[in-house]
Design a binder for this molecule. Structure first.
Ligand SMILES: *[C@@H]1O[C@H](CO)[C@@H](O)[C@H](O)[C@H]1NC(C)=O
Ligand SMILES: *[C@@H]1O[C@H](CO)[C@@H](O)[C@H](O)[C@H]1NC(C)=O
Ligand SMILES: *[C@@H]1O[C@H](CO)[C@@H](O)[C@H](O)[C@H]1NC(C)=O
Ligand SMILES: *[C@@H]1O[C@H](CO)[C@@H](O)[C@H](O)[C@H]1NC(C)=O
Ligand SMILES: *[C@@H]1O[C@H](CO)[C@@H](O)[C@H](O)[C@H]1NC(C)=O
Ligand SMILES: *[C@@H]1O[C@H](CO)[C@@H](O)[C@H](O)[C@H]1NC(C)=O
Length: 328
């Protein structure tokens, strides 16, 4: 091979490399644009309903590390207009409430609908909700059951739906199954019935078993006890599923000894901190909890402005320019 030929070859190689690169760049740009507009509709990695939310969102590249604080929620995505708003919103997980049509009235039917008590009617059934959410989004599903009679018929619908559409994302099944802080009467969903139904009908899920709660502003220290968390661990400790315990955020810090004991009992356990609409959740309490747990152990389903205030501090990382002193 003579020298000029080699040079010619190199030039040709360079030109073709440049062509390949420019094609690649064009493709990447157009893919990025497509990704933005079709984000929820793009083909997605296969996943399953019992899978971990953080693994799922990592696969989708919605988050870049396993941290529950990065997961964003839409609350009470129940009736059609709320559901549609939620589907369009840039959130990763939908929390919705299920009950039976006409629940506890003479007109009660076996049809699960999307409504929060005291509502017992809705323009949205669970069946329609599932179809819309599965077809139009890749959002994580959390269903909150307020009574035991709703659970069986709802799980039947999940099973039926999974035979028609692939449920390619995590599904959380939530119910308050134990009597919790400050609640005078036992209004919990029957624990053994709930857990048995889930095992029997739709075991491929994450279970979200909670305590009924009442927050008393005058007694901010009345909260979850060691007995409560031990009772819960006794109920779910041997189950195969991942478990996330919903915990009322305003009561979490004074109960931290007990909640962190609970977390330490199993790698399958996490907490989901939630906020009552008017609960005075304090950023410093959240920071304390964040500081004393692993990022993948806690989800935060909280209202603004507390959520943003908390995130700003908790997720703050000094910019490199600041670190190197390029700014005065
Ligand atoms: C749907 O729910 C939202 C939020 O709860 C409520 O503001 C709205 O009035 C409801 N719409 C209908 C048609 O019921
Ligand atoms: C139950 O249904 C009957 C007949 O359809 C109706 O007249 C009645 O108002 C309903 N009751 C409630 C509580 O919705
Ligand atoms: C839950 O239901 C079972 C029957 O399925 C019953 O034996 C048990 O007493 C109930 N538990 C509570 C706390 O009501
Ligand atoms: C759930 O489904 C996945 C994928 O089909 C499977 O690998 C897994 O074993 C199932 N888990 C349970 C608890 O059934
Ligand atoms: C009770 O609450 C106060 C104020 O929130 C706090 O400083 C104190 O440590 C709490 N005591 C216990 C036993 O949790
Ligand atoms: C977080 O933990 C570190 C070390 O344990 C401690 O120095 C810091 O004060 C804690 N911050 C908060 C907000 O609790």
């Amino acid at each position: 091979m003579d020298c000029s030929c080699g040079r010619k070859g190199a030039v040709a190689a360079l030109i073709s490399a440049a062509a390949v690169i420019s094609v690649c760049v064009t493709l990447m740009v157009s893919l990025a644009v497509r990704k933005q507009s079709l984000e929820d509709l793009a083909p997605r990695p296969s996943f399953y309903s019992g899978g971990d939310v953080l693994d799922y969102l990592l696969n989708l590249r919605r988050i870049d590390r396993k941290d529950g604080l990065l997961v964003t929620w839409y609350h009470a995505a129940n009736n059609k207009s709320s559901m549609e708003e939620a589907l369009e919103a840039d959130v990763m997980a939908l929390e919705s409430d299920v009950t039976l049509e006409g629940y506890n009235t003479p007109n009660e039917t076996e049809k699960p609908i999307m409504a929060h008590p005291p509502d017992v009617y809705s323009d949205n059934t669970l069946q329609d909700w599932l179809k819309a959410v599965l077809r139009l989004s890749n959002k994580v599903i959390k269903l909150d059951f307020k009574n035991i009679r709703t659970v069986g018929p709802s799980l039947d619908i999940l099973v039926k739906t999974s035979s028609e559409l692939i449920i390619d994302r995590p599904v959380w099944l939530n119910a308050d199954i134990l009597k919790g802080p400050n609640v005078p009467f036992d209004i919990a969903v029957n624990a053994s019935q709930f857990l048995t139904l889930v095992q029997k009908k739709f075991p491929n899920c994450t279970i979200s078993p909670g305590w009924t709660t009442l927050y008393l502003p005058l007694f901010p220290n009345k909260t979850y006890t060691q007995n409560m968390v031990e009772e819960m661990h006794t109920l779910v400790g041997k189950l195969p599923q991942q478990i996330t315990f919903p915990v009322r955020a305003v009561m979490a810090k004074p109960a931290w000894t007990h909640l962190s004991w609970l977390l330490s009992q199993s790698k399958r356990y996490s907490l989901t901190l939630w906020q009552g609409k008017t609960d005075p959740v304090r950023v410093e309490d959240l920071l304390f909890i964040r500081n004393n747990s692993k990022p993948e152990q806690i989800y935060y389903d909280l209202y603004e402005p507390v959520l943003s205030q908390f995130k700003k501090i908790a997720l703050y990382q000094p910019e490199p320019s600041a670190k190197y002193g390029w700014r005065s």
